[in-house]
Design a protein around this ligand. Structure first.
Ligand code: SAM
Length: 230
């Protein structure tokens, strides 16, 4: 997979791409990440990429020309899935991460300032929001999407089963997990997990997943019940 990120703050990505699973995925050539500072595509002598909004109002608006020029500079951009990070986009979910994982080439635009010229939308395929709150820029949102997609790429994490059991993968939250010690300050590991009886462990985990989802996310629980009724 290749991911090109259009951003005014490429340095923000340094920590994410140089650590842990994402770094390993890059080292293993599972993913290539290109950070493109679209300020470099500004025709303005001061490299300005924003301007005041027509009609007045607070804040600055990203201009269409530098974004479009940066987009056109990316080899194969016509065939890539082009995404804008925006609080106005579709709410991001694990299901969407699985869909994006199947793409060969993603281009992600990180907005900044008050917003972007509406005509930028014309050049992109999909708008994604990572939640109902407003960030200062699209970088953290883009990193969220990238991280969630890259960890699903074959070979990125040790066992494929680990992400298949993640919360949301089967519309249920994940069951409680324990590791050593068996007893910590009187809080003990459930006996069933020490039984070595795989069938009983699987049953317990499923029950716990359902219980936890019902308590914490009634919306997901309802969806799960509906699916199992069908
Ligand atoms: N005024 C804009 C609006 O109401 O839609 C918000 C602009 S926000 C300060 C600047 C940029 O941060 C956005 O263009 C977008 O790229 C990014 N951003 C902020 N919140 C986001 C969210 N929840 N999901 C995805 N991107 C977000």
């Amino acid at each position: 997979m290749r991911i090109d990120v259009l951003t005014l703050f490429p340095d923000m990505f340094t920590g994410v791409i140089s650590n842990s699973i994402i770094k390993r995925a890059i080292d293993q050539n599972l993913v290539t990440i290109n950070l493109i500072d679209f300020r470099e595509f500004s025709a303005d002598k001061h490299h300005k990429v924003d301007d005041t909004p027509y009609g007045g109002g607070a804040g600055m608006v990203l201009q269409v020309e530098p974004v479009h020029a940066a987009l056109q500079s990316i080899e194969g951009y016509e065939h890539a899935l082009k995404i804008i990070m925006t609080p106005q986009g579709v709410p991001y979910t694990q299901k969407q991460a699985y869909t994006l994982k199947e793409e060969d080439h993603l281009i992600i635009l990180c907005g900044h300032y008050e917003g972007f010229d509406e005509r930028i939308r014309h050049f992109f395929d999909l708008e994604i929001s990572i939640g109902d709150y407003v960030l200062t820029g699209g970088e953290i949102a883009a990193m969220t999407v990238m991280d969630s997609v890259i960890r699903l790429l074959d070979g990125a994490i040790g066992q494929k089963a680990s992400h298949e059991e993640d919360s949301f993968s089967q519309t249920l939250l994940e069951y409680p997990q324990y590791t050593r010690p068996r007893d910590y300050l009187g809080m003990t590991v459930p006996d069933v997990l020490l039984s070595g009886h795989h069938e009983r462990i699987d049953t317990w985990r499923k029950e716990q997943s359902i219980k936890r989802t019902k308590e914490r996310r009634p919306d997901l629980y309802q969806a799960y019940m509906k699916k199992t009724d069908e």
